[in-house]
Design a binder for this molecule. Structure first.
Ligand SMILES: [Zn+2]
Length: 209
């Protein structure tokens, strides 16, 4: 187990890198579609993603939007007029939004306003995209730990499958060429590689090159 530790660690690092890159790609480019617009009283899924509306806000609209691997929620004091949010004079028109991205489950998130956890980690990184559209896209930085664990596990397994498959293909190619499958030393006709000392049964029967 100890011998395999660096190998496993490398795979987990690959899985983590894939998780973050996929989450950021989805946050930047996944196509959002508007879901139904909710008004108070909000159902049990509210507040979405753990948003804590600042004290004193009178929330009137919750707009959940969804895309592949991306969810984006807006909660606001504005009213939904037809197909957009409309400001009203003489009252608060504040809004806050939160997005979570990742596949197969959301693993990173950002928010514009949260009275409980301010700071750049929660606000994410604004991305300058050529085709900017509303809502603004940001790269999320705040981990959703359960989702992160799931996604890293999935992409670590994917990395393991890929590395195993690549190693298998490479070993087969070397064996066909009469080389040691481990170190590529020309070891045709020997049972044990004289270079790396590893046994390789397949070396006894090198195929036609
Ligand atoms: Zn060898």
């Amino acid at each position: 187990m100890t011998r395999h530790f660096p190998y496993i660690l490398r795979l987990v690092v690959c899985g983590l890198a894939a998780t973050v890159l996929i989450s950021w790609s989805l946050a930047a480019w996944s196509t959002l579609t508007s879901a139904e617009v909710n008004r108070p009283p909000f159902d049990s899924r509210f507040p979405p993603l753990g948003i804590t509306p600042p004290a004193g806000w009178e929330l009137r609209t919750w707009v959940p939007r969804r895309g592949p691997g991306l969810r984006h929620d807006i909660v606001t004091e504005m009213e939904w007029i037809g197909s957009r949010l409309g400001m009203m004079e003489g009252r608060g028109n504040r809004y806050m939004e939160r997005a979570a991205a990742g596949w197969p489950v959301p693993c990173l998130q950002w928010a514009t306003d949260d009275d409980t956890k301010p700071g750049p980690i929660l606000r994410g990184l604004p991305v300058p995209l050529p085709h900017r559209e509303w809502p603004e896209r940001r790269l999320p930085l705040k981990p959703l730990w359960a989702g992160l664990a799931v996604d890293v596990a999935v992409w670590t397994i994917a990395a393991m499958v890929l590395v195993t498959w690549f190693g298998f293909v490479r070993a087969n190619r070397r064996i066909r060429r009469g080389l040691c499958p481990w170190c590529a030393y020309p070891a045709s006709g020997t049972a044990v590689c004289p270079e790396c000392g590893r046994a390789a049964k397949a070396l006894r029967t090198p195929g036609p090159s």
